[in-house]
Design a protein around this ligand. Structure first.
Ligand SMILES: *Cc1c(COP(=O)(O)O)cnc(C)c1O
Length: 232
């Protein structure tokens, strides 16, 4: 059943790509598995899926230790500096970097594991009080500073658009993040252009793809609604 949901989301992604004249291979689907049990992840793993997103450090770590090593774990939730050490050895990409201090901690912990951790700058495009992330004005400057850190690789930007009834209302925010990405003269450590755009969730990922998303983070449409009873 989860597998059917996954295939449906994949089909919708392909359809949105066709509509936008894009190659579906440009878009990575991160299945957001926060609060969901190992068996659910295992089911999708067995169906061939490898990219999963988690919001909580402890949960990411427990799942990474128990599940196959070739899963790519995306940390998409707010990350406290003192918790980076618990995931530095497991995480594939951190989407939620919103300060130089956090990036410096990631850099330090990545070095201990002899690795370079790919990260995204989280941008609060709509300027919502309730959301983490830097303002669009600060994003390019922060990215440039983080770029100096040897064990962190800035790959692009991430945003969570406001929760709206009509996903069309979020189009303007996705477009803004895409422009930010094009405008910033950002280069990676290897001098390649920064190009990852992590945007779009269950309610609005088709619109995000039309506006250039290269990663969509979809939870509810794959796993169903979440029960937060045992989570912070
Ligand atoms: C939970 C979460 C998602 C997935 O949201 P759905 O609406 O369930 O698809 C995506 N991104 C972030 C940052 C999240 O916290």
């Amino acid at each position: 059943m989860l597998k059917d949901n996954l295939r449906k989301v994949e089909e919708t992604i392909a359809e949105s790509c066709r509509k936008a004249g894009r190659d579906p291979k440009e878009v990575t689907l991160v299945a957001v598995s926060k609060t969901k049990p190992m068996e659910a992840i295992r089911e999708l793993y067995d169906a061939g899926h490898r990219d999963f997103g988690e919001n909580y450090v402890q949960e990411l770590r427990e799942k990474a230790e128990a599940l196959p090593e070739d899963i790519r774990w995306h940390m998409i939730g707010h990350l406290q500096r003192n918790k980076v050490k618990y995931i530095a050895g497991y995480v594939y990409m951190i989407h939620s970097v919103d300060s130089l201090a956090l990036a410096e901690t990631i850099n330090k912990e990545a070095a201990k594991h002899g690795r370079v951790i790919p990260i995204l700058i989280e941008v609060n495009v709509a300027g919502e009080d309730t959301k983490f992330g830097v303002s669009p004005d600060e994003a390019a400057d922060l990215a440039e500073k983080i770029r100096q850190l040897p064990n962190v690789s800035v790959q692009g930007f991430m945003t969570s658009a406001p929760l709206v009834d009509d996903p069309e209302e979020d189009r303007v925010y996705f477009r803004k993040l895409a422009h930010l990405s094009v405008d910033s003269s950002l280069k990676n450590n290897d001098n390649s252009k920064v190009s990852v755009l992590s945007m779009g969730m269950s309610n609005d990922y088709p619109v995000a793809i039309e506006e250039g998303a290269t990663i969509v983070r979809v939870g509810t449409s794959i796993f169903g609604h979440r029960d937060y009873t045992n989570h912070g």
